[in-house]
Write a protein that binds this ligand. Structure first.
Ligand code: ADP
Ligand code: 5GP
Length: 203
C-alpha cells in the first residue's frame, strides 16, 4: 500500500514547526520529508533531520539534473524536494509530511495528485507579526520579507484541501490529527487491503 502525502503550508511564524513537531511525535507512522536548502542551519537544526543543508552550487546541480520534484527560491535561498527520496518512501508505504510553500504544494500535487494539501492560518495578521517577533533571530529586513511573503501566501488558500487555524495550539493539533486520520480511512487507501478479507478477487 503506497503511503500518504500530506503537504503543510503556512505563512512563516504561524506555528507550523511547533505543530508539526507535536503531530509527528504523536504518530510514528508519519515521516518528515527532508528538503534541500541553501540557507544555514538555525540553532538546534540538524543536517539530515531538518533539512539537507547544501551549497548553492550543489543545489543548482540538483535542480539542473532533474533530481528535484519541485524547488523554489525564496528569501534568497533555494528550497527543494528530492524526487527519488519521496518516491522511494511513498512506495515503501511511509506517510510523508511535507513542509512546503504554496508553489511547492502546487508542483507536488501535479506530480502526486493523491497529495492532501493543508494550509495553516494564524488567527490574525497582528498575531502572526507578534509570533515572528517572538521567535527572534531574524534581522528586520528578513522579518519584513517573511511578513510580506506570508500575506501573499494567503492568496493561495482557496485551492488547498483543508484549512487549520492555529489559535489555540491543542485545538489546531487535534484538527491536523483528524485530517490525517480521515485520509487513512479513504476508500482508495483502505479497500485494496480490506477486500482480501472478504474474499473479493478484484477490489
Ligand atoms: P513557523 O514554523 O510557522 O515559522 P514556529 O513554530 O516557529 O512557526 O512558531 C513561531 C512562534 O509562535 C514560536 O515562538 C511559537 O512558540 C509560537 N506559537 C506557535 N503556535 C502558537 C499558538 N497556537 N499560540 C501562541 N504562540 C504560538
Ligand atoms: P524556513 O527557512 O523557515 O525553514 O522555510 C522557509 C519556507 O520554505 C517555508 O515556507 C517552508 O515551507 C518552505 N520550504 C521548505 N522546504 C521546501 C521545499 O523543499 N520546497 C518548497 N517549495 N518550499 C520549501
Amino acid at each position: 500500500m503506497p503511503g500518504e502525502i500530506f503537504v503543510i503550508t503556512a505563512p512563516s511564524g504561524t506555528g507550523k514547526t511547533t505543530l508539526l513537531k507535536s503531530l509527528m511525535a504523536a504518530d510514528p507512522r508519519l515521516r518528515f520529508s527532508i528538503s534541500y536548502t541553501t540557507r544555514s542551519p538555525r540553532p538546534g537544526e540538524v543536517d539530515g533531520r531538518d533539512y539537507f543543508f547544501v551549497s548553492p552550487a550543489e543545489f543548482r546541480r540538483l535542480a539542473d539534473t532533474g533530481a528535484l520534484a519541485e524547488w523554489v527560491e525564496q528569501f534568497g535561498y533555494g528550497y527543494g524536494t528530492s524526487r527519488q527520496w519521496v518516491q522511494e518512501r511513498v512506495d515503501s508505504g511511509a506517510d510523508l509530511v511535507f513542509d512546503l510553500d504554496s508553489r511547492g504544494g502546487r508542483a507536488l500535487k501535479q506530480e502526486f495528485p493523491q497529495a492532501i494539501l493543508i494550509f495553516i492560518l494564524p488567527p490574525s495578521l497582528e498575531e502572526l507579526e507578534r509570533r515572528l517577533h517572538g521567535r527572534g533571530r531574524l534581522d528586520p529586513e528578513e522579518l519584513a520579507r517573511r511578513l510580506a511573503n506570508g500575506r501573499a501566501e494567503l492568496q493561495e488558500v482557496s485551492w488547498y484541501d483543508y484549512l487549520v487555524v492555529n489559535d489555540d495550539l491543542p485545538t489546531a493539533l487535534a484538527d491536523l490529527q483528524a485530517i490525517v486520520r480521515a485520509a487513512r480511512c479513504r476508500t482508495a487507501q483502505l479497500w485494496p487491503q480490506l477486500a482480501r478479507r472478504f474474499l473479493l478477487e478484484n477490489p
